[in-house]
Design a protein around this ligand. Sequence first.
Ligand code: F6R
Length: 241
Amino acid sequence: MDIKIFDDYQTLSIATALQIVDTVSRHSNAVLCLAAGNTPALTYDFVVRLSRERDVDFSQVTFIGLDEWVGVAPGNSGSCACFLNQHIFVPLSISAKRIFLFDALAPDLEFECVKMNDTIARVNGIDLMLVGVGMNGHIGFNEPGATSSSYAHVVLLDETTQSVGQKYFDTDMKIGTGITLGVAQLLESKKVMVIASGTSKASIIKRALDGAISGDVPASYVRMHANSACMLDKAAASLIS
Ligand code: F6R
């Protein structure tokens, strides 16, 4: 795993955005899977800006959803769908037919998982995944205890995820369950980037990079991927050896 450390959130975000834009400029029908959350928000703003400055066409890119809060509607501003719409899909005018997100209101969530697994197979896999790291080491909603062999699945969210996740919502929200791609899908994608910023992430980043590769810290599994990068600002990297 390539560990890249940048001075601050801004330079981290520009560098991460460049990787995404470069992927699409080399491979116009790339398949991308991008996390929601606070950390990559500025990255996506730079993706939009750089794609315009460099005239990189995103119209043939396919977007695969990483995860969603079960029971939360896509119109809710705290949903992953709403975040991606606002930061990526609308500014880049991505056609709905190229966007494949989990329907977290579907009556049959297991079928949603089957559909997502089939979609990923049909598009010949994911070219680039960008994932954040939760305070408990989760990636997507692969929570502590996750195995490395899972595909899309429904998961009971751990207490940290439920409480930290409130930050995305305007009002108290019941977010006990998630639906997520699995670690196997991360390991099978052609490239994975993990992004983390700020001192609040420093200790979990240390455990993910310096500790054992284990389900205790699911982000550590990314080290098993031969083509992976960990994008950090100095604050997030401050405890790693
Ligand atoms: C969101 C997701 C989560 C977040 C993680 C970090 O789609 O998959 O795993 O990436 O919880 O969130 P932030 O960036 O808000 O700290």
